[in-house]
Design a protein around this ligand. Structure first.
Ligand code: FMN
Length: 376
């Protein structure tokens, strides 16, 4: 293996020997991923983000993943109304940490590829090779309208993203003065220096859910994120297997990640009580309904029961797997996901800073004893 191959492998493993990688999802947004009105909900302030990243870094968590969001969802809290632009956010956090991989989540149609490539390289040098890219094509028409940009149809969105990423990869590796002559993107005599840190490139992830989105991910990315909602372990196994098989057909050994919402307390009762308090009794229901309307979830297409369940799932981290219970319960659930074949999971907490220390003190040692996590 060449030095560059080894460096790329280290990036993909996020420099960790743990079988299940752990990350934090959504801390760049006000309220994070919990659509709740409780006063302790996540501030999303810069000072809190820096404290959180340092804490995660010291505890040996592998990554932080932001949400690329330009417009809040309204409701009582204007859910995710205040968000940090994610590449700047990543650069700042990379400068404040030593081991953590920090992703930027970037809407391909909204950022010119030359600016994008340069921003990513800048973040990557600041983090000495720890920047990661989450490519998204966008789905929220209100956001595109705000930019004055026409959203492409679903298939063409991914065709554009393919060109965008091809152009960026050429800028990361190509020589001086190359032309790029795509269907959508035409660039002349491109110069892009420096190259990413250490002669490799940032790891790339995508969270496409449609067949076209999945095909894009397995063709181009090191990691695919899948939202599993309330899937059983057998269903999870199937999801992971399918994604890995698709990756192999494309000559890639793709990492498969999911997302979860953790409430961990000394007893299962305390955890479930708090979950109910935040996500049901004090959910920001008008914001939840706005999200569902934007995602075109129609009440008439579901039974009343199914619709209520779905609505609760949206309040709970927009559909992340709920991992609620005592430290034993939470460690067991995470170990089960590892057994199902997931490479990692991006977690959210109602108040990340208040709740992460207990998770690190109680859950991480259990995962180490179970052989799921390496000792830091
Ligand atoms: C873990 C995860 C993170 C995502 N992050 C964002 C995001 O920050 N911004 C965004 O516009 N879409 C985001 N998405 C949406 C996906 O990029 C994708 O559009 C969605 O899963 C629908 O798939 P499709 O595009 O194949 O239809 C995310 C999805 C998941 C599961």
């Amino acid at each position: 293996m060449t030095d560059a191959d080894a460096a790329m492998q280290a990036r993909i493993a996020m420099r960790s020997a743990s079988r299940l990688k752990l990350g934090l999802f959504g801390a760049n947004c006000s309220s994070g991923r919990a659509v709740t009105t409780v006063p302790e909900r996540w501030s999303g302030s810069w000072a809190d983000n820096v404290r959180l990243a340092r804490m995660a870094d010291e505890a040996g968590l592998e990554f932080m993943l932001p949400v690329g969001r330009w417009k809040g969802y309204g409701g009582e809290t204007d859910y995710q109304g205040a968000t940090f632009e994610t590449v700047n956010w990543a650069s700042g956090l990379l400068a404040n940490t030593k081991r953590l991989t920090v992703f930027g989540t970037v809407h391909a149609p909204l950022l010119h590829p030359i600016i994008a490539a340069k921003e990513f390289v800048t973040a990557d040098h600041i983090g000495e090779g720890r920047f990661g890219l989450n490519v998204v094509c966008g789905w929220n028409e209100g956001e595109f309208e705000m930019f004055g940009v026409q959203q492409r149809d679903h298939e063409t969105r991914y065709e554009y993203a393919q060109e965008w990423l091809d152009a960026i990869k050429m800028m990361w590796t190509g020589g001086d003065d190359f032309d790029f002559d795509g269907r959508f993107i035409k660039l002349k005599k491109v110069r892009a220096k420096p190259k990413p840190y250490g002669g490799t490139r940032p790891i790339i992830m995508n969270a496409g859910a449609s067949p076209t989105g999945r095909a894009f991910a397995v063709r181009n990315c090191d990691a695919l994120f899948v939202a599993t909602k309330r899937a059983t372990i057998e269903e999870c196994r199937g999801i992971v297997q399918k994604a890995r098989d698709l990756g192999r057909e494309n000559g890639r050994d793709i990492g498969v990640y999911t997302i979860g919402v953790v409430v961990c307390r000394p007893t299962a009762k305390e955890a479930h009580d708090y979950y109910r308090h935040c996500m049901l009794d004090n959910a920001d229901w008008p914001a939840v309904d706005n999200i569902m309307a934007l995602q075109r979830v129609k009440r008439e297409e579901y039974s009343a029961d199914e619709y209520d369940k779905l609505r609760n799932d949206f309040a709970n981290g927009l559909g992340g797997l709920p991992i609620v219970g005592s430290p034993d319960d939470v460690a067991r659930d995470l170990a089960t996901l590892c057994e199902a074949g997931f490479t990692g999971i991006a977690l959210s907490l109602v108040n990340y800073l208040d709740e992460l220390p207990y998770f690190c003190d109680e859950v991480l040692p259990r995962l180490e004893r179970a052989g799921v996590r390496a000792k830091v």
